[in-house]
Write a protein that binds this ligand. Structure first.
Ligand code: SF4
Length: 456
């Protein structure tokens, strides 16, 4: 089936697609594959669902609130489908990998045409063609995740709106089974990409002017274990940074049980690797860490964090924290607060525990009321706010290399330091300034944002 036929069916020369992305950077990267595939099919993109001939929701299952938001957004499409019966609606991503959610989508929203899993992007083209050519008399619901292969998605190219920075997945899935987390169930077991394919992708990006590449993996520190010729993450980083050019490499996420001193030593001496480590600790209580199945203790975390801070001057150490894990007491929570006060993270991503059906933590008794958890959460935020400000203040008075780039989601231009701190630039509008690296004089900070002027 040639795409010209779809154009005929839709009766439009330039059919429009809306791609909505929820959740993490991995999903952003998957949406780039979806967009490249749609572009090749002849679609252009719109930011308005009401103008679209095709709507794709790439969903996230990590928190219940995100799922509810997606389900609400799908529900609203009923009116659009009524108005335009030729509209094709596709739902993909982590949510559709959970049987109860998949059933809910199929049963509650019969106007959804296509439902596919996380590793089935390659199948989208045929399903859209099928859906468009059935004259919309029949709804197709296909969940193909079990018959797809990652290799098939691996070969898809990406459409990147932002030419200055890029996400590059180096591995997929996760083997850790933290007791609260749905990721291993929806993204499958850990598998690393071929280092040659990663390097080639980054060489192409650098050649095309990309200045900041973020390597993605659920646990980058276990990179390489399933490869025929295993190499570890530090070796991969070294090999990538041999590519000549002026660019930064970032990576996320590290796991405290697997991060090595060799990696920290490499970050310390390698100019191309940003001085930022995202190292989630989740809880400061050993009792809770055990229930979370995290495989490290508070003491081990503190030791590795202190080693990194000592080795890397001006290191930005960031972390994820879960507040109100089932059975957590205020005493446990106070252990989290004391860890935060002692490590002094540059910023924290804080979450109130969200129950995920099918995970072991969902079966642990959870007597603490949400209101109580909210109070703890606010206590943590208040403490962290001052610590983040204190971290920013270390840069005030300095002249730093910053990267000016687009934030495509917010349609804004933003500047970031090597440590990934946002800089608000006073004189950005003065000239027609392209994206790229500049020097900026940092004159102050407001909370977690630095304030400065470009140094021409
Ligand atoms: S390391 Fe734990 S929290 Fe992270 S994706 Fe894997 S299971 Fe989830």
């Amino acid at each position: 089936m040639h795409f010209a036929e779809i154009k005929k069916i839709i009766n439009k020369q330039k059919p429009l697609a809306f791609v909505g992305t929820y959740g993490c950077q991995q999903n952003v990267s998957d949406s780039e594959k979806i967009k490249a595939l749609l572009l090749r099919m002849g679609y252009s993109f719109t930011k308005e669902k009401k103008d679209a001939d095709l709507i794709v929701f790439n969903t996230c299952a990590v928190r219940e609130s995100a799922e509810l938001r997606v389900l609400g957004s799908i529900g609203v499409l009923k009116t659009l489908k009524k108005r335009n019966p030729k509209l094709v609606i596709a739902v993909c991503g982590c949510m559709t990998e959970q049987n109860h959610i998949k059933k809910k989508i199929v049963d509650t929203f019969p106007f959804v045409d296509i439902v596919i899993g996380t590793n089935s992007i390659f199948s989208l083209k045929n399903l859209i063609i099928e859906s468009s050519t059935k004259n919309h008399k029949k709804t197709i619901n296909s969940v193909l995740q079990k018959i797809s292969t990652r290799e098939t998605d691996e070969n898809l190219s990406k459409y990147r709106e932002d030419q200055t920075s890029a996400f590059v997945p180096i591995m997929h899935g996760c083997n850790n089974f933290c007791s609260y987390c749905i990721v291993p169930y929806v993204r499958g077991r850990e598998s690393s990409r071929d280092p040659r394919a990663i390097k080639k992708e980054i060489e192409d990006l650098v050649e095309n002017g990309c200045k900041c590449i973020t390597l993605l993996g659920q646990n980058v520190n276990s990179y390489g274990k399933n490869l025929d010729h295993p190499i570890d993450f530090t070796e991969l980083l070294r090999s990538i940074t041999e590519i000549s050019g002026d660019y930064w490499i970032r990576f996320m996420t590290s796991h405290p049980k697997d991060i090595t001193k060799e990696l920290i030593d490499e970050i310390a001496v390698n100019d191309k690797i940003c001085k930022h480590i995202h190292l989630p600790f989740q809880s400061g209580s050993n009792r809770i860490l055990k229930k979370m199945n995290r495989h490290y203790t508070r003491e081990k975390y503190i030791k590795i964090a202190e080693y990194a801070k000592e080795k890397i001057p001006y290191l930005s150490l960031t972390s994820d924290v879960i507040v109100g894990f089932p059975s957590e007491t205020y005493e446990d929570f106070k252990r989290t607060l004391s860890l935060v006060k002692s490590i002094r993270f540059s910023s924290l991503f804080t979450f109130i525990y969200s129950k995920r059906k099918g995970t072991p933590a969902a079966d642990i008794e959870d007597p603490i009321l949400h209101q109580e958890k909210l109070k703890w959460f606010e206590e943590l935020l208040k403490i962290q706010k001052d610590i983040s400000g204190e971290f920013c203040s270390k840069f005030v008075g300095k002249t730093e290399k910053i990267l000016l780039k687009e934030d495509c989601q917010k349609a804004l231009r933003i500047a970031k330091t090597n440590q990934n701190i946002t800089v608000h630039l006073h004189n950005l509008q003065e000239r027609n300034i392209p994206n790229g690296f500049f020097e900026a004089k940092l004159t102050g900070h407001k909370g977690q944002t630095l304030i400065g002027t470009l140094d021409f």
